[in-house]
Write a protein that binds this ligand. Structure first.
Ligand SMILES: [Zn+2]
Length: 502
């Protein structure tokens, strides 16, 4: 175990020997509250009249989050120390599929199967590294992480590039800078606004682009494709600030960068299926994508854990009291954006007549519980630039069938309220709704609630960032929604296919 590893305890129960992911020096020891936070989270008491949901237990579900994080860390420890997770097409994808099928079987679901799909060659950053030099000082940017699908460098790397700093990377920031053939450093403000800095640097002839993520600390952040023609990386705030200081000191700053990309052929991903037959052939689907970067505890071990929690709950209820058949699907996912992304999901949509003709509801469990964090605590002394943790979960962005299904929205918001599942005041106005629901919503009544926040897609998105209390609140609410929807006929829920667009 790593020297600063901790045991994750939940209510005094040691879940596993899971160590915190804290690459040496990436974050001050006292900032990441780790194990103690799970005991600090506020629990919403089980309301009167909801006794049948008492068995949906957040602490229990958190164990499934931890188990999935351990799969990701096994991949990190055995295969790739920097680019890791439950990555589509890679070994950890297969491990996670086998694990989920095992969980479904242990619950007693029927027709449990792993349905494999061939993938086109998958982008894979075999090795990478960035060194920055100024005078006698040499610094390795340990947080540098290539954007997904970034082009690589030539085999020997790109060496001795001049570093140039362009701040937020607006047109005004680039004025007076010739960035052609140089290593360009841009900054992103906490994801608050995208000024197009990366694309602009690429278009103006940069040799390599670095986008510093202004999140306190020095997290590795895995970004979706930047669609650049040159190697492009994110770097953590501390690394970015270091480079900025070196440039500000006036001396020439030089950058060596290496990124070896392979397109891995002959890879597969999978849908993982399990069924709880009801008394009719009408169906309710519960889905959750299995993939994710780093521990991917929030995105989306938490959703998979919630799906398993629902399967466990309904497996305890006699079939005679399950009016509709429940189908649970571990989706392949979408983090391999571009070719081969959502292969299984697209297959389900193409075959929708076979699956969804009698579907009353789909619940997509995706990031259902995220720790509330505060970046700018106004009156905190010391570490004021750090991320401060609250003892509860974030309100969630949500969609519940859209404006043509006011009854479903009513059922969902009532259930959210009953179990203390905090959410945005209004449902998502845009179409398609975020998350994998965006692939399905046109064809069926869907419900999804989701949150991301500061640790999303970073190497600190560990199980500690998933409050067990939020898992419990969301999953109990989902069960209530299923039970209320079961009181309605299909005709009250089904609608003609929605057109695409807003
Ligand atoms: Zn997700």
């Amino acid at each position: 175990m790593h020297a600063n590893a901790r045991l994750l305890t939940v209510g005094g129960l040691v879940l596993s020997g899971l160590g915190l992911v804290r690459p040496a020096g990436l974050m001050a020891q006292d900032v990441f509250p780790g194990a103690r936070v799970q005991d600090a989270y506020l629990q919403w008491p089980l309301p009167k009249g909801a006794e049948q949901y008492a068995d949906i237990d957040g602490r229990r579900m958190l164990q499934d989050v931890v188990a999935q994080a351990e799969i990701a860390r096994r991949y990190r420890d055995q295969i790739h120390p920097k680019y890791w997770g439950r990555i589509i097409g890679m070994e950890s994808d297969a491990w996670a599929a086998a694990w989920l099928a095992g969980r479904f079987r242990s619950i007693g679901l029927s027709d449990v199967k792993i349905q494999n799909f061939d993938l086109p060659p998958q982008w894979y950053p075999r090795t990478y590294g960035v060194m920055v030099k100024s005078g006698s000082e040499t610094v390795e940017l340990v947080s540098a992480q290539p954007f997904f699908r970034s082009p690589g460098t030539p085999p020997g790397g790109l060496n001795n590039l001049e570093a140039v700093y362009v701040g937020l990377g607006t047109e005004a920031d680039f004025m007076g800078h010739d960035v052609r053939g140089k290593a360009v450093f841009t900054y992103s403000m906490l994801g608050a606004a995208n000024f197009g800095a990366v694309a602009r640097a690429n278009q103006k002839g940069a040799a390599v682009v670095f986008d510093a993520q202004m999140l306190p600390g020095n997290m590795r952040y895995q970004a979706y494709p930047g669609n650049t023609q040159v190697p492009t990386f994110t770097v953590g705030n501390d690394d970015g600030a270091k480079v900025r200081a070196m440039i500000a000191a006036g001396g020439p700053v030089r950058v060596d960068v290496r990124l070896d990309i392979e397109m891995m052929p002959n890879r597969q991903t999978a849908l993982v299926w399990g069924t709880l037959p009801g008394t009719s052939d009408e169906t309710i689907y519960v889905t959750a994508h299995r993939d994710g970067w780093f521990d991917a505890a929030g995105d989306n071990a938490s959703g998979v854990a919630s799906m398993i929690g629902l399967a466990e709950h309904y497996a305890r209820i006699p079939r005679s009291q399950r009016p509709r058949t429940l189908v649970f699907v571990g989706l392949d996912g979408h983090h391999n954006s571009g070719e081969g992304s959502a292969t299984g999901i697209r297959w389900m949509v193409e075959n929708r007549a076979q699956f969804f003709a009698k579907t009353a509801l789909m619940i997509n469990a995706e990031h259902p519980s995220t720790v509330q964090t505060i970046i700018r605590p106004r009156y905190k002394r010391g570490n004021a630039d750090m991320i401060v943790w609250g003892n509860t979960y974030m309100p969630q962005q949500w969609y519940a069938g859209g404006p043509t299904r006011p009854e479903l929205e009513r059922i969902a918001t009532r259930a959210f309220r009953e179990f203390g599942m905090t959410h945005y005041l209004d449902p998502e106005p845009g179409r398609p709704p975020a998350t994998d629901m965006g692939s399905f919503y046109r064809y069926m009544p869907g419900v999804v609630a989701s949150e991301y926040h500061h640790y999303f897609h970073t190497d600190l998105e560990t199980p500690e960032t998933v409050p067990w209390t939020g898992l419990e609140a969301s999953t109990r609410a989902y069960a209530r929604i299923i039970d209320e929807v079961n009181k309605l006929p299909l005709s009250a829920l089904q609608r003609p296919e929605e057109p695409t667009g807003p």
